[in-house]
Design a protein around this ligand. Structure first.
Ligand code: 5CA
Length: 449
């Protein structure tokens, strides 16, 4: 993409309404624009990041055998009356009447709708296990939408639902989701710690929230610092193996890690004092096992091998996709702007032409643009007639992890400059070597998908 033809409405001023750094930077970098309280338009740069996160989520869900689909945002109130949640959900639910006077709602979550699909089409244990998921906009009429996309009213969520014949099978699905989530967040450059939590309006006994540690997080958390040494890394797992998934769950949940809702002071005090941490965190996902709560009220049953009809065991599993954009920025920025992890960056490299209109510099930039694109990477070429300082400031603000700077002086010596946004370290290299180095850097992110 050439910046002269792109739509990147960066702001010079820091918007006064934004209280936290991710919100400020998303507005300043031209990623979002507020449409109304807690509702945002995703401008091209923000949309690109959102799509990248969605792709990672899809890839990791499908890797585990979960099946993508799409359910609507507007739902009929009747189903929610059947489950009993129409009244329970309270004012967070946006209720709408259509022209026929029918009660509708903008879905805050989809347990009812998916159970309705299940009961219409599945009747036998032979069709199980089954996990269906979608990535769709949700609406919760939060009393205090704030922090930009972190606590929106309209937000993008991946929600997945498992259907299993028994509690043991459903707990395997729970563990499997925990494994997929660990991998998903690491691919986004984040450490998200599973913590024992409270199930709230979704219900059930087993639930973990995934928290990214950040001062601006809304949740208070208590944990054993040893948990931050754990990495999922590049493990290859058999998702059908109950033992392998269980072992990962045991490894990642055996240390003390709880949100304030389930915090237990006596247990916490058993952690060696030097490892006890109290901090704040951003909740970027939650997994639930709630058994037959919805299948019983909605009559979703399956035949067991011995011919009995039993309510299906279920769980639901959410990832806050739009919130993650803010969470990644909270975890990765400096005073100049965003620093995107390679796995989610909107463009892989910025090309800065220090002397637009200089025949040699223009030609070198064009050649770089072509060879970077030929690698399957996505460059953003700043081809505007601007001062170098302004170009650098824009690149630093939007946070591309790598920048190639091209100027007449370097070209005389046959070199361009490759700079890491994270470390600020620059290297002078012949253009082909700079491209080669980018290919090496991004190779691992390609193979991961
Ligand atoms: N049905 C279940 C799981 S599919 C569910 O709704 N879970 S949830 O309530 O925990 O939401 C899942 C994730 O959505 C949360 O972990 C959080 O990351 C994100 N989320 C929830 N509310 C908001 C909000 N107001 N703004 C942005 N993201 C949100």
């Amino acid at each position: 993409m050439r910046l002269s033809r792109y739509f990147l409405p960066v702001l010079k001023e820091t918007p006064s309404e934004a209280q936290i750094v991710s919100h400020r930077l998303m507005l300043r970098a031209g990623m979002i624009k507020q449409a109304s309280a807690g509702i945002y338009s995703w401008l091209p740069l923000g949309f690109k990041v959102l799509r990248k996160l969605e792709n990672i989520v899809h890839e990791e869900q499908m890797r585990a055998g979960h099946i993508p689909m799409l359910m609507p945002t507007l739902q009929s109130a009747d189903l929610w009356r059947e489950s009993g949640r129409y009244d329970d959900y309270g004012e967070e639910m946006l209720r709408i009447k259509d022209r026929q006077g029918r009660d509708m709602l903008y879905g805050p979550t989809n347990e009812e709708l998916i159970t309705d699909i299940f009961r219409a089409h599945v009747g036998s244990y032979k069709d199980l296990p089954l996990t269906l998921y979608h990535i769709q906009w949700k609406f919760r009429d939060e009393i205090r939408p704030r922090f930009g996309v972190m606590r929106g009213r309209e937000f993008l969520m991946k929600d997945g639902y498992n259907f299993d014949v028994s509690k043991e099978a459903a707990l395997h699905a729970y563990n499997r989701h925990l494994v997929t989530y660990l991998r998903t967040y690491e691919r986004m450059g984040l450490q998200a710690i599973p913590m024992r939590a409270d199930s709230g309006p979704i219900g059930g006994d087993d639930t973990h929230e995934f928290l990214v540690l950040a001062e601006t997080g809304e949740s208070e958390v208590f944990y054993d610092s040893a948990i931050t040494d754990l990495k999922f890394g590049d493990r290859q797992l058999d998702f059908d193996s109950v033992e392998e998934c269980r072992a990962v769950l045991d490894e990642f949940t055996s240390r003390y890690a709880r949100t304030d809702e389930t915090h237990d002071e006596a247990l916490f005090n058993q952690v060696p004092e030097e490892r006890r941490r109290m901090a704040r965190g951003i909740e970027v996902g939650q997994i639930f096992y709630f058994g037959t709560k919805y299948s019983e009220s909605l009559g979703a049953t399956v035949q067991t091998p011995d011919g009995k009809s039993v309510p299906v065991h279920m769980g639901s599993h959410g990832i806050g996709v739009s919130r993650l954009v803010g969470a990644i920025i909270e975890a990765s920025h400096d005073d100049k702007g965003i620093i995107w992890p390679e796995g989610v960056t909107p463009f892989h490299v910025g090309i800065v032409n220090l002397k637009q209109g200089d025949a040699e510099a223009d030609a070198a930039c064009e050649a770089l643009y072509k060879s970077v694109t030929a690698l399957g990477l996505d460059p953003l070429y700043d081809d505007r007639n601007e001062r170098a300082g302004g170009k650098f400031a824009t690149m630093d603000l939007i946070g591309l992890p790598w920048r190639i700077t091209v100027g007449p002086r370097g070209l005389k010596n046959g070199v361009v400059e490759l700079t890491s946004r994270r470390t600020g370290v620059s290297e002078e290299l012949p253009p082909e070597q700079a491209v080669e180095k980018l290919a090496q850097i991004y190779a691992q992110y390609h193979t991961a998908s």
